[in-house]
Write a protein that binds this ligand. Structure first.
Ligand code: XMP
Length: 497
């Protein structure tokens, strides 16, 4: 009954996730017993097989920290200077979960209107005040909107209104202790200071309060030194060799992604060989690829992971503009078949819209999925919220969009900087999706439930079923797809989490 993956994906048609449906298997275990632990590279294991994409509207410090805190991992984009990217990776690597990632800090001479600006742009209603106006400066006070409610002159210096009667904790205080102190002292913020009285971190009451409305995050993804796992994207130019060196030597980044829409190039082969020779401890994820032959070439060059997908992303126009690519389910299956036989994990990148797509990607041989649009518009994504036609949104754009390329990302698309720029992506906006602290645990639990229905209690068992033909599946007609979605309802509310 049904088809094996080999039968389904060798008929001269490419399919994507929605085209395919799996047959249920036999259940003899609970969904909570499903083990989704995966190798995102040859040497990096994740408890949650979900990573965030290196896009400048998806992954910077805050997303990387939160993804790793939740058991997944984030890859910081490189549409920025080496110094900026290095600082983001360093901040994420040195972060202790439970503390604010980028505390708002002002200087004593700043006018009170700066706090209003912070409230409008970042939603903060308080800021620490240090002598330098930055983290690391000597802590002088805290200013909140309550201090300035009745101040008429918006040019009044912060030093005249700030609160100097502070409760602080010493550097190195754990998140649990900070949470307990905040509960006891009833303040909103608890600054951590070093022996010299300099501000090193900030704990916030709202973080601990919000934690009650999110599912328990479980074990974070940590490196052997107990630091959060953080990845970063780079290109394949000579200047990228400096980036890799700095990211590895100065931040101990866990893995670098060679970021290209078409990874099967001499540039990547050379870059993989260079990195593996110059920095043997660093894992390299190459790609993107969509065929077994492309995968084989990059694996033989020595990569530790592969990213799969071409034109499947929600903001992608590569297939339309360049006439190349592949339906994502077919691409994942064929690349995984080759890569898995050579011991190289693959990340299914692009086109993930729901938990079912994640289950399908992993059941077809991927070790993890990479998400852009699913995480764009979340609290942790870079950028400010704004209102568009009455809807609260954040910007989301393809790294091959003209807008992103104008900032420097054209190398991803082998674009010749001298000639006309051809966009392979769009820029726009996505709805406010709340926090990934909610999204990721729900996705992971839904995937566990999918695996239970398939009759696979682990990724290893699913892999065995995929290749021994026990995993049965079929393509869905468009009518079958319509039937599989909600239908014949006048109105309904779809809230997956
Ligand atoms: P989703 O569907 O999660 O896809 O939004 C994210 C992935 O899309 C890729 N990407 C692009 N592809 N033009 C493309 O053809 C672009 O401008 C572009 N920007 C990102 C990338 O692989 C990402 O992870």
């Amino acid at each position: 009954d049904g088809y094996t993956a080999a039968q389904l994906f060798n008929q001269g048609i490419c399919n994507t996730y929605d085209d395919v449906i799996f047959h249920p298997g036999h259940i003899n275990f609970a969904a909570n017993e499903v083990d989704l632990t995966c190798n995102v590279t040859r040497n990096i294991k994740l408890r949650v097989p979900i990573v965030s994409s290196p896009m400048d509207t998806v992954t910077e410090t805050e997303m990387a920290i939160t993804m790793a805190t939740l058991g997944g991992m984030g890859f910081i984009h490189y549409n920025n200077t080496l110094e900026d990217q290095l600082a983001m990776v360093q901040r994420a690597k040195s972060h202790t979960p439970g503390f604010i990632v980028t505390p708002a800090v002002l200087g004593p001479q700043d006018p009170v209107m700066k706090l209003f600006e912070l409230k409008n742009t970042r939603g903060f209603s308080s800021a620490c005040v240090t002598d330098t106006g930055a983290l690391g400066g000597k802590l002088l006070g805290i200013v909140t909107t309550r201090d300035i409610d009745f101040v008429n002159d918006r040019l009044t210096p912060i030093s005249e209104v700030m609160t100097t009667d502070l409760i602080t904790a010493p550097e190195g205080t754990s998140a649990e202790t900070a949470g307990a102190l905040l509960r006891k002292c009833k303040k909103n913020k608890l600054p951590l200071v070093n022996a010299a009285g300099e501000l090193v971190a900030l704990a916030s009451r709202s973080y601990f309060r919000d934690a009650r409305s999110f599912p328990a995050p479980g074990e974070p993804s940590l490196d052997p030194n107990g630091k959060l796992r953080v990845g970063a994207a780079v290109g394949t130019r000579d200047s990228d060799r400096d980036r890799v060196k700095a990211l590895w030597e100065q931040a101990r980044v866990d893995a670098v992604i060679l970021d290209s829409s078409q990874g099967d190039s001499t540039y990547q082969v050379q870059m993989i060989k260079h990195i593996k020779a110059a920095h043997p401890g660093l894992d390299v994820i190459a790609g993107n690829v969509v065929t077994g032959a492309q995968a084989r070439r990059l694996i033989e060059a020595g990569c530790d992971g592969l990213r799969v997908g071409m034109g499947s992303g929600s903001i992608c126009t590569t297939q339309e503009v360049c006439a190349v690519g592949r339906g994502q389910a077919t691409a994942v299956y064929h690349v995984a078949r080759v890569a898995n036989s050579l011991g190289c994990p693959i990340i299914a990148d692009g086109g993930i819209q729901n938990s079912g797509h994640i289950t399908k990607a992993i059941a077809l041989g991927a070790s993890a999925v990479m998400c852009g649009s699913l995480f764009a518009g979340t609290t942790e994504a870079p950028g400010e919220y704004f209102t568009l036609n009455g809807v609260r949104v954040k910007k989301y754009r393809g790294m091959g969009s003209l807008e992103a390329m104008a900032k420097g990302s054209e190398t991803r698309y082998h674009s010749d900087t001298q000639s006309l720029k051809i966009a392979q992506g769009v820029s726009g906006a996505v709805k406010d999706k709340g926090s990934v602290r909610r999204t990721v645990p729900f996705l992971a639990q839904a995937v566990k439930q999918g695996f239970q229905d398939l009759g696979a209690s682990s990724v290893a068992q699913a892999r065995e079923m995929l290749y021994n033909g026990a995993m049965r599946m079929e393509a869905r007609t468009s009518a079958a797809q319509a039937e599989g979605n909600v239908h014949d309802m006048v109105a309904y509310e779809k809230k997956p989490w």
